[in-house]
Design a protein around this ligand. Structure first.
Ligand code: SF4
Length: 351
């Protein structure tokens, strides 16, 4: 038994479907499951109506302590927040259906890959879902494509992205919260080291793929010093990235269940302050976010970096995106009404 099962008293909707998913493969403490998906590309709503989202995986092995996406597993009645990093759902890829969805997009539409979970997490080495989906973009639709990750595996697809860029715009957004390897190991236990991520930035930019570096999230008294953020920005610029951004941490209750115990263990002197700050709201308000914005602006100017590729580009940090993975079930409506619609998959056997 790799982990405890969590049979809820009554499973409905996506929870029932997830519970019925068959195991594709078990690796160490991680179990991979396949989830049939009727619709791969989600759609934003409101002022983000023009944005489409694509997340090949549900759950993420990298296990970042601040991860906001753990919430998504709660919809599947997986209440233990650690199951988010130990029970990974890979969407069953149907090439023809995916191409048909892409054909419905218009030239100029924006598609973000990895808004909820990392598209280049370890599962990608086994299942190649992100690669297969990206290949479909080669046909060319004049799309504006963003890929968000903190994995050096993204460099594997540099040549493919170059080909995609012949008829589309594509940009990689690499998250690097700190260059301190020890701190990164604490915060993002199974994510590739910052040096590896920078190496991927270099490979991509040398191949002609534009890259932004995101120092998200900025955590008070952990990685928020000007020196720390400056080091990330300087290294990003040195390795060819052209844009840099950073935004303060936010902690939804589900993320707090992991982050606060992490603080108790690794930063006990900060526990009280974090509890006080996040007790009433998941978001930091007032002077702190303003101070960080000014700090980041100054750092950007110092290294001649852009904030984003262009003014109309959306912020690549989809704060609430992952909270709405299953809007068709009527749960937690918000600014990103994703239209993904997963159904029970049939077992295809072990890979
Ligand atoms: S890489 Fe992203 S999705 Fe994965 S655990 Fe870290 S924050 Fe969560």
């Amino acid at each position: 038994m790799l982990f405890e099962d969590h049979p809820p008293p009554k499973l409905v909707g996506i929870a029932r479907l997830a519970a019925a998913s068959d195991s594709l493969e078990t690796k160490r403490r991680v179990e991979y499951l396949e989830l049939e998906t009727r619709k791969f590309i989600g759609r934003g709503s409101g002022r983000m109506r023009s944005i489409y989202t694509l997340n090949p995986y549900r759950g993420c092995e990298f296990g970042c302590k601040y991860c906001y996406a753990r919430y998504a597993h709660e919809f599947m009645e997986l209440r233990d927040p650690e199951l988010f990093e130990r029970r990974i759902y890979a969407k069953q890829f149907r090439r023809a259906a995916f191409h048909a969805e892409l054909r419905r997009l218009k030239s100029g539409d924006t598609v973000w890959i990895g808004t909820a979970t990392d598209p280049y997490q370890p599962a990608e080495r086994r299942f190649n879902l992100t690669r297969q989906m990206l290949e479909a973009f080669e046909d060319g639709r004049g799309l504006d494509i963003g890929v968000t990750t903190k994995s050096d595996l993204v460099a594997r697809d540099a040549e493919l992205m170059k080909r995609i860029a012949r008829k589309n715009r594509i940009r990689v957004h690499m998250t690097i919260t700190t260059l301190d390897e020890g701190l990164a190991r604490l915060l993002e236990p199974l994510a590739p080291r910052p040096a590896l991520r920078l190496g991927a930035v270099r490979t991509l930019t040398q191949a002609g793929v534009p890259v932004s570096v995101l120092a998200h999230p900025v955590m008070p008294l952990i990685n928020d010093s000007e020196a720390s953020l400056d080091r990330v920005c300087e290294a990003a610029a040195r390795n060819g990235a052209t844009a840099f951004s950073a935004a303060p941490l936010f902690l939804k209750p589900c993320a707090q269940k992991v982050f606060i115990p992490f603080l108790e263990q690794s930063f006990p002197h900060l526990v009280r302050r974090y509890r006080e700050r996040f007790e009433k709201s998941a978001y930091l308000k007032g002077h702190y976010p303003e101070m960080i914005a000014e700090r980041v602006e100054k750092i950007r100017a110092r290294h001649k970096m852009h904030r984003r590729r262009e003014p109309e580009s959306p912020e690549p940090f989809f704060q609430d995106d992952q909270l709405e993975l299953f809007p068709s079930l009527g749960k937690r409506p918000g600014p990103f009404g994703l239209a993904e619609d997963s159904t029970l998959h049939r077992k295809v056997g072990r890979l």
